[in-house]
Design a protein around this ligand. Structure first.
Ligand SMILES: NC(=O)c1ccc[n+]([C@@H]2O[C@H](COP(=O)([O-])OP(=O)(O)OC[C@H]3O[C@@H](n4cnc5c(N)ncnc54)[C@H](OP(=O)(O)O)[C@@H]3O)[C@@H](O)[C@H]2O)c1
Length: 336
């Protein structure tokens, strides 16, 4: 069973049966046990560049929504490496590889898209990881160059980085600290030894502080004005959008070699992305290489996943209404 839509816009999702296909080399079939809901899932449903990219690169037929999943392997194709039937895995689908999305009871992905889960990690917790944690990890490491001074190096698979300043801890500002990406960012930045400041609403101040950041309440005062008292920042993880927190004001808070990682990119940001060396776009595509260290951290109790609500797969529409509210605290899961 798949949750899909054939049209763009406010057309309700449908539960449909699509024919199973045989596996190709390096592919595995996964029986899905939990699905993490991300804003990209409903953004993909409306028209726009994401949907166009899906039309050009994705599989034909209706759009099967979703990326993140956790489950168990039920079939392996030739050359699928160390993955075996029965293995518990977490991963993300990729339409650019012609794959259907993860809102389904079964998905087919390539073996480099899923990481093996140890017994102590639940499917529900694992399903929270792929898009938000990979996005935050790549932003902090590849763009922010955070974590160079002998703190936990679990997410160091990324390879050599050019440290900002090897003599001191980094300072990170997270805009949108209480969302899926923000909460992942706080925990990972703390694990990498950074001092973290997180911008959130009054209702989420306690949560953001519990995760290890100094909270900046944007309801009480202008968040960037308040942040100025703690500047300069080595990295700003911008997970809200530049219509709300404009780039020039963010750049003014940076240390000399500091950078802004834009998680939400608007066409108005293209000139800055092209011509400002301090401004970078973040891409959170989950791969096995990115997921493995995060799974290890979750298994070691170094990350905690906050689940706001679980919905049956058939209620994906309700989960999208909740996600679109912009007020989700932690993650929403779908359970097939
Ligand atoms: N580039 C990529 O690869 C990539 C990957 C993942 C996500 N994204 C995008 O990044 C965005 C965030 O994703 P998410 O999964 O974290 O979303 P989410 O879980 O829905 O969180 C959204 C958060 O935004 C916060 N927020 C709203 N207005 C705010 C403001 N003025 N200042 C600070 N925080 C504010 C809300 O917290 P409060 O209630 O505390 O305000 C809410 O927790 C989405 O647009 C998503 O599509 C992009």
């Amino acid at each position: 069973m798949h949750v899909a839509t054939s049209a763009s816009g406010d057309v309700p999702l449908e539960l449909i049966e699509l024919p199973a296909r045989p596996l190709r080399p390096r592919e595995v079939r996964v029986r899905v046990r939990a699905i993490g809901v991300n804003p990209v899932d409903w953004k993909m449903r409306s028209g726009g560049p994401l949907r166009l990219a899906h039309r050009l690169l994705g599989p034909s037929g209706p759009l099967v929504v979703g990326v993140d999943f956790a489950g168990e392997i039920v079939e392996i194709g030739a050359q699928s490496g160390d993955l075996a039937v029965g293995a518990r895995v977490v991963g993300g689908t990729n339409f650019a590889r012609g794959q259907r999305g993860s809102y389904a009871d079964e998905v087919i992905v390539q073996s480099d898209q899923c990481a093996i889960l140890p017994a102590e990690v639940s499917f529900d917790d694992a399903a929270c990881l792929p898009v938000p944690y990979v996005t935050a990890a790549r932003a902090l490491r590849e763009i922010g160059r955070i974590g160079h001074i002998g703190h936990i190096d679990h997410i160091d698979h990324i390879g050599p980085i050019d440290p900002i300043d090897p003599e001191r801890n980094a300072k990170v500002l997270i805009l949108g600290a209480s969302g899926g990406v923000g909460l992942a960012g706080i925990q990972l930045a703390r694990a990498l030894g950074a001092e973290v400041f997180g911008v959130c609403s009054t209702a989420n101040v306690a949560l953001v502080e519990r995760m290890g950041a100094t909270a900046i309440d944007y309801r009480k005062a202008d968040a960037l004005d308040t942040a100025r008292a703690h500047a300069p920042f080595d990295f700003i993880l911008h997970a809200v959008g530049t219509a709300t927190y404009a780039l020039p004001r963010c750049r003014a808070l940076l240390a000399p070699r500091g950078r802004v990682g834009l998680v939400v990119v608007r066409p108005a940001d293209y000139p800055s992305l092209l011509f400002r060396p301090s401004v970078h776009a973040v891409l959170g595509k989950p791969t096995r290489a990115h997921l493995e260290p995060l799974v290890a951290m979750l298994a070691a109790g170094e990350l905690s996943c906050l689940i706001e609500e679980r919905f049956p797969l058939a209620d994906a529409e309700k989960a999208h209404v909740r996600s679109k509210s912009g007020k989700v605290v932690g993650k929403l899961l779908l359970i097939p």
